[in-house]
Design a protein around this ligand. Structure first.
Ligand SMILES: CC(C)(COP(=O)(O)OP(=O)(O)OC[C@H]1O[C@@H](n2cnc3c(N)ncnc32)[C@H](O)[C@@H]1OP(=O)(O)O)[C@@H](O)C(=O)NCCC(=O)NCCS
Length: 187
């Protein structure tokens, strides 16, 4: 199995990440337009068809393993969010486009983060995540701080973090049992 095949679908106890397909365009477009989720995301321009074309163009970056865009789905295959690893350039990568919708399972945020880091650290052998969160996005800031992300700097709009591979091993074992003890039901 080559690396792209190995990262095309990764499963946790209650959810899986699978690589996006052009047929996911409508789902992603509606998700990004939904005001419940898009307050802290970059503005959406264009149509669902533009989103489909964007996914088709993205597939070249996926093949080069510089960007991996995932649909989060439940065990019953109902989609419940998105997550993207981008600017993958050893030793680092960024992650974002992180949205979980009303169909998410309990602790889906924790499980998606663990799965994203497994892809980055175990499958792609990267060393560190770097990412930024808007200052007003209190929930996301709280999540990353609780997970152990290290704040590096800030500007007027954003707080910048890093999360190194060395921290993940302990976290993985701690969170795995927590996630395995959930029943996979919706949040
Ligand atoms: C960002 C986002 C995906 C986070 O998901 P969330 O469900 O709000 O995340 P939470 O921090 O509430 O965590 C969810 C659950 O995991 C648990 N959890 C979070 N971190 C944990 C940790 N370190 N250890 C144990 N449990 C943890 C929480 O207690 C909560 O449990 P529950 O499901 O039983 O209530 C979601 O808020 C979202 O889609 N926001 C809109 C888009 C957005 O702003 N994206 C981020 C752009 S940078």
């Amino acid at each position: 199995m080559n690396t792209l095949e190995a990262v095309s679908r990764i499963e946790g106890p209650n959810i899986a990440l699978r690589l996006i397909q052009p047929s996911d365009a409508d789902y992603v477009y509606c998700l990004r337009l939904n005001r419940d989720y898009n307050e802290h995301l970059s503005e959406v321009h264009g149509t669902a068809e533009d989103q489909r074309s964007w996914i088709i163009r993205y597939k070249a970056r996926e093949a080069a393993l510089t960007e991996l865009y995932y649909i989060v789905e439940r065990r019953d295959k109902i989609p419940c969010g998105t997550l993207r690893l981008y600017n993958i350039s050893p030793p680092s990568f960024e992650w974002g486009s992180w949205i979980l919708d009303a169909n998410k399972t309990r602790k889906a945020a924790l499980e998606t983060a663990v799965l994203a880091y497994r892809i980055a650290f175990d499958a792609l052998h990267l060393e560190k995540a770097v990412f930024d969160v808007r200052k007003g996005n209190g929930k996301t800031l709280a999540f990353h701080r609780r997970f152990g992300a290290i704040e590096t700097h800030q500007d007027d709009a954003n707080i910048y973090f890093t999360y190194p591979r060395s921290k993940f091993k302990d976290a993985f074992h701690r969170y795995r049992s927590e996630l395995e003890n959930l029943d996979g039901s919706a949040a």
